[in-house]
Design a protein. Structure first.
Lengths: 119, 226
């Protein structure tokens, strides 16, 4: 990834090994890729992104979150939801409603079948 | 819903991939999965992100997801006959003994590759896929065309990935159920006599543990280094 050195400079706490970013779960990689894709189309720059993410982490710290790095991508996703909302790409209400639609779709999907939203 | 016993793992012969026995329960997504799917589906619908571009990005990192503990399990089975016997008779317990535990009720079954039999796992659509053990499934692996083709023509699919098996080798294709997840125990590569478990683990690829590939060989490692 050509953008990786730039990201790592902006985000020194990004979980990485020698070869680049590492993830503990599939959703973490998806959240990471979404931020990368939005950045590539110019939705925000890495400085803005670092500020958004730092704000999320600072809020949680203020509430007594130990910030062990375990939840890095949980914070990442929160920051992504916020920046997408701030930039007018989605609204909080629509996002919430869509979460519920997915939960509903999951409940109605027999195990092992791809979970899809009904249109 | 079909009439099969919900607990029975099953082996595909040449039946259709749609015949998919997963018990009667619905699926479940974690809170984080839901939030990711919600945001992603909205951004895709509005044209802010291209789903194919996302897949390509994820593909770049797919081997970097999850702890890939399976490599250690396989390497131990290659060096420790007692552990191998245990793994093949009670994979859940053998894997748990190394400290890798999945969610409750998750039942792992290890499938041994031999000179006569090659195993391949196809169901990676959902939580069936034991990614903490195997790492993230490849993006292409989740596609419906791949799934049905893997069942109908496993040799053809493997050949596309550069794996050619002699005709004498029987290919078995396995599909997970809600209760059973599979780990393929590949054959130990030749010329690895005297290798330590840690060295052997470096040869175990994700693809070799789902049966769409073979482990790396000592010469692959030399090539990689140079």
């Amino acid at each position: 990834m050509t953008t990786t050195p730039e990201i790592r400079a902006a985000l020194p706490d990004l979980p990485c090994d020698d070869a680049g970013p590492v993830f503990k779960a599939p959703w973490e990689a998806q959240a990471f890729a979404m931020a990368l894709a939005l950045h590539e189309r110019g939705a925000f720059n890495w400085k803005e992104w670092a500020r958004e993410l730092a704000a999320v982490i600072a809020e949680l710290k203020a509430r007594g979150d130990p910030d062990t790095g375990e939840d890095y991508y949980r914070h990442w996703l929160t920051a992504l939801e916020r920046i997408a909302t701030r930039k007018g790409l989605v609204t909080g209400e629509v996002l919430q409603a869509r979460c519920e639609q997915w939960a509903q779709a999951a409940r109605e999907t027999p195990h092992g079948q791809p979970i899809e939203l009904r249109r | 819903m079909n009439e099969k016993a919900p607990n029975a793992g099953h082996r595909h012969e040449h039946d259709d991939a749609a015949d998919h026995d997963h018990g009667d329960g619905g699926s479940e997504l974690s809170e984080m999965d839901l939030r990711v799917r919600a945001l992603e589906s909205l951004l895709v619908e509005k044209g802010y992100v291209d789903p194919q571009a996302l897949d390509i990005l994820i593909e770049t990192y797919e081997t970097k997801v999850g702890p890939h503990n399976g490599a250690r399990v396989v390497a131990k089975a290659w060096t420790d006959p007692e552990f191998k016997r245990w793994l093949l008779t009670d994979a859940s317990a053998a894997i748990a003994s190394l400290g890798y535990t999945g969610r409750q009720g998750e039942h792992m079954v290890a499938l041994e590759n031999t000179p006569q039999v090659h195993n391949m796992v196809v169901c990676t659509l959902c939580s069936c896929y034991p990614w903490p053990v195997l790492g993230l499934p490849p993006v292409w692996y989740k596609s419906a065309p791949y799934r049905s083709r893997a069942v109908i023509d496993p040799r053809g699919v493997m050949a596309e990935f550069g794996v050619r098996l002699p005709d004498s080798v029987e290919v078995r294709v396995w599909d997970s159920t809600a209760e059973i997840r599979y780990l393929v125990l590949p054959e130990r590569p030749a010329q690895t006599e005297g290798w330590s478990e840690a060295q052997l683990a470096t040869l175990v690829t994700r693809d070799s543990m789902i049966g769409t590939g073979l482990p790396a060989t000592p010469s692959d490692i030399v090539q990689r280094a140079s």
